[in-house]
Design a protein around this ligand. Structure first.
Ligand SMILES: Cc1ncc(COP(=O)(O)O)c(C=O)c1O
Length: 407
């Protein structure tokens, strides 16, 4: 068969990331010299900067020539600091041999989907979801089962819906393997209550499912409520905690994440073995970034100072934007409790747009406002906007949305 025919494997139809689908149009507009009001990409660094104390450690690692291959599962010192962090924040005792460093949390997602999914198996995601998860499951031939988050209840999970969807999938012969939680949540900005998490743990236990918790925003809490790490509730139930340097430490470009597999049941042990083997195949994660990661986690005082600055700004921007969006006719928006996103519902019935994809494309083309369509996260008639830009730019984003809602 010539190379040019059927070049890509069939599974490649699932390789898709909607958050970046308007990048080519944004680049085209930028080339004309026009300004883009970008509330699309969830990267805190361009608007709020990196943590300088971490950059200093990274620069030193480079100056010292620390650009060699490091251990595949992660640098010992860095793993140790990650372990201490779980003790410090959540009083969890996690041996560093149960932690794996990955190239961003994103690589952890691929590793887990690759390790756990195959034809006949499936995974439960709460809808809406961060849009890497569904394609990752499908790329490895798994079936995605969606349980709906309740918008009117601040995007809380519904116990009844979760139980019903699991039962339906099992009755249809799907061999379900895990439930994924994103807490605090992208795209909704919600945070799970302890009670909601307890319900999920209970359901996972009753159905023999692994729980995977993406906690990449676990220190970006905008309200007075306390964040619950899944490890605090799921003792004795197989679970995985994921995190990384991208958000809490303002280090998206370091490409450093981690996976914690704390339990000692046979499945967890096998999974650790599998991840270790996958990690060796890609040799190692970024070495100087792990060295910087040691300082990022060890220098608690500098980290707290940085977080305080981040949260203060994000909270002000989120409050401004939520209020402004709710003033627009046909738009309603829940309050954000964590992370740096809002996920407003837009009533398209009185506009000329047939769906949120068309709306977002026109918003960028006409108003130069760049947000992401809700349907990319599994929910049509929604927009996902970051609250990272300064209030002045967020005002322009809201104004652009308002102008288009009148079309
Ligand atoms: C919920 C969630 N998980 C994972 C990621 C990606 O993390 P990383 O930069 O560590 O790959 C993001 C990025 O926006 C995210 O929102």
């Amino acid at each position: 068969m010539p190379f040019t025919n059927n070049t890509l494997a069939g599974r490649m139809e699932h390789a898709y990331y909607p958050i970046r689908e308007l990048s080519p149009l944004a680049e085209e507009i930028k080339k004309t010299g026009a300004e883009i009001y970008n509330a699309s990409i969830g990267d805190p660094v361009p608007y709020l900067g990196p943590a300088k104390y971490v950059i200093k450690a990274y620069a030193k690692a480079l100056k010292d020539g620390k650009v060699f291959y490091s251990r595949s599962p992660g640098d010992f010192e860095f793993l140790d600091e990650i372990s201490k962090r779980y003790k410090r924040l959540y009083t969890l005792d996690i041996d560093s041999s149960k932690i794996f460093v990955t190239q961003g949390l994103s690589e952890a997602v691929t590793f887990l989907a690759e390790s756990l999914m195959c034809k006949g198996r499936g995974a439960v995601l709460f809808n809406p979801y961060y849009p890497v998860y569904a394609p990752a499951v499908k790329l490895f031939d798994g079936t995605v089962v969606l349980s709906e988050l309740d918008e009117e209840k601040g995007w809380a999970p519904s116990k009844d819906d979760l139980e019903e969807k699991i039962k339906k999938a099992k009755d249809a012969g799907v061999d379900l393997r895990f439930i994924l939680i994103i807490n605090p949540n992208n795209p909704t900005g919600s945070m799970c209550s302890r009670k909601d998490l307890q319900d999920v743990v209970e359901i996972a236990k009753n159905n023999d499912l692994l729980i995977i918790s993406d906690e990449i925003y676990d220190e970006m809490i905008l309200v007075k409520e306390k964040m619950t790490c899944i490890g605090e509730l799921a003792k004795g139930v197989p679970h995985i905690i994921m995190n990384g340097l991208s958000k809490n430490w303002g280090g998206t470009g370091f490409r450093i994440g981690w996976v914690v597999i704390p339990e000692d049941d046979e499945g967890s042990r096998k999974l650790r073995e599998g991840l270790n083997n996958l990690a060796t195949m890609r040799l190692c994660a970024n070495t100087p970034a792990q060295i910087a990661g040691v300082e990022a986690l060890r220098n608690v005082k500098a980290h707290r100072r940085f977080l305080k600055y981040l949260i203060k700004n994000i909270r002000e921007r989120a409050e401004f934007m939520q209020k402004r969006l709710n003033e627009i006719q046909g738009v309603s928006c829940q309050k954000a409790k964590g992370a740096f996103y809002l996920f407003p519902k837009i009533d398209l019935s009185k506009t000329k747009f047939k769906d949120d994809k068309e709306f977002c494309t026109e918003l960028l083309r006409k108003e130069h406002v760049w947000v992401t369509r809700g349907s990319g996260f599994g929910r049509d008639s929604h927009l996902r906007t970051t609250v990272l830009p300064p209030i002045e730019i967020l005002g322009k984003v809201a104004q652009g949305i308002e102008n288009l809602m009148r079309c």
